[in-house]
Design a protein around this ligand. Structure first.
Ligand SMILES: CCC/C=C/C=C/C(=O)SCCNC(=O)CCNC(=O)[C@H](O)C(C)(C)COP(=O)(O)OP(=O)(O)OC[C@H]1O[C@@H](n2cnc3c(N)ncnc32)[C@H](O)[C@@H]1OP(=O)(O)O
Length: 321
């Protein structure tokens, strides 16, 4: 009877383990379904209503702004969905790089002006302090919508076509590589709608473009900057003739990144962003601390061996990260 008790306890344990495993596998499959939808232009991918997510190539995730009929204007759902989307991508071991683009005629018309008109920044509360408190919460959340791109260790390649207005500029300055079409234009539009930009442009654009004078001119006058000037000023690194070649170019860059060691790539993004915000000495100290563990990766030997054997890095198989 002791043996029977032991056996039945053991089978309960086994059954529990199987159930837990099924639940884990179930949620993993649900997550991977989210990232394996193949349609990037067929409409938003549930649970999102403003973003379409697909996996166009191995280890590449494509995130597409998807409100083309409203020129991809950023409504309230968008500001939340971006946070969920990039937090999931950050945790997804299948994803090594992100391509970000807009569906329809242009990249984005910026914040949804109907939301602004609807009192988004004038919440109901008992007094000035409480109203201000709520407005601050909204601004902080909206800042996080783009900061998640920077916090995500996977590099983000943004492909801009047509117009990139207002909050669109805040968004792209948080990305790692910016590409655009010949017909693209960029506009730091906020002063035109009566506010100082507050979700990233004024903080990140000066670090992207070398000329402080140009940043000031763009931000203070809201003039449009076209693709040739975007290239010569360093806002974008490459200009393509049209959207088709732009997307092909973005996917090619993403493919190059995805074929490298994820330990090396993600460490590079994290170190670049840290160094941008710190002194050279602090950056070097951070790099030493970072690599004292990361240099112990198998990826180092695998990559070095491929280089010695004159093999393409694309032939090397790296473990998930
Ligand atoms: C705490 C807050 C922090 C964030 C601040 C952010 C600030 C900003 O983003 S400032 C920039 C605000 N955006 C704008 O001022 C751009 C307004 N839109 C346009 O100028 C034009 O739409 C554009 C040049 C981008 C495109 O012109 P096009 O002729 O191609 O399209 P339209 O016929 O104008 O628009 C088509 C439909 O889309 C709707 N729409 C366009 N932009 C917005 C927008 N920003 N918000 C809401 N809806 C927008 C437009 O109303 C049309 O809709 P419908 O009439 O229903 O067809």
């Amino acid at each position: 009877s002791v043996l029977m008790l032991f056996c039945s306890r053991r089978s309960v344990k086994l059954l529990t383990a199987r159930l837990v495993w099924r639940m884990v596998l179930g949620s993993f499959l649900a997550d991977s379904r989210l990232f394996s939808s193949m349609s990037a232009s067929g409409g938003p991918t549930p649970p999102f209503t403003t973003l379409s997510i697909s996996q166009p190539a191995s280890h590449v995730t494509h995130v597409e702004l998807h409100r083309p009929e409203k020129r991809n204007a950023m409504n309230q759902a968008f500001w939340s969905e971006m946070i969920d989307c990039f937090n999931q991508i950050a945790e997804d071991p299948e994803c090594r790089v992100v391509v970000f683009s807009g569906a329809g005629k242009l990249f984005t018309a910026g914040i949804d002006l109907m939301d602004m008109a609807g009192g988004l920044l004038r919440p109901d509360a008992d007094d000035t302090a409480r109203i201000s408190w709520k407005v601050r919460q909204t601004i902080s959340k909206y800042q996080e919508t783009f900061s998640v791109i920077e916090k995500c260790p996977k590099p983000v390649v943004v492909a801009v076509h047509g117009a990139c207005v207002g909050a669109g500029v805040d968004l792209i300055t948080a990305c790692d590589i910016r590409l655009c079409t010949q017909d693209a234009w960029f506009q730091v539009k906020e002063v035109d709608i009566g506010l100082a930009a507050d979700v990233g442009t004024l903080q990140r654009l000066p670090k992207v473009i070398g000329s402080g004078s140009l940043v000031n001119e763009l931000a203070l006058t809201a003039r449009k900057m076209y693709s040739d000037e975007a290239k010569s000023s360093g806002l974008v690194s490459r200009v393509f003739p049209d959207k088709e070649t732009l997307m092909a170019g973005a996917m090619e860059v993403a493919g190059e990144i995805a074929s490298r060691s994820p330990v090396a790539v993600q460490g590079t993004k994290i170190n670049l962003i840290f160094s941008r915000d710190h002194s050279v000495k602090e950056g070097l100290d951070f790099a030493a601390m970072w690599n004292m563990s990361m240099l112990q990766t198998d990826d180092l030997m695998k990559s070095a061996q491929a280089a010695l054997e004159k093999k393409s890095i694309k032939q090397v198989v790296f473990s998930k990260l």
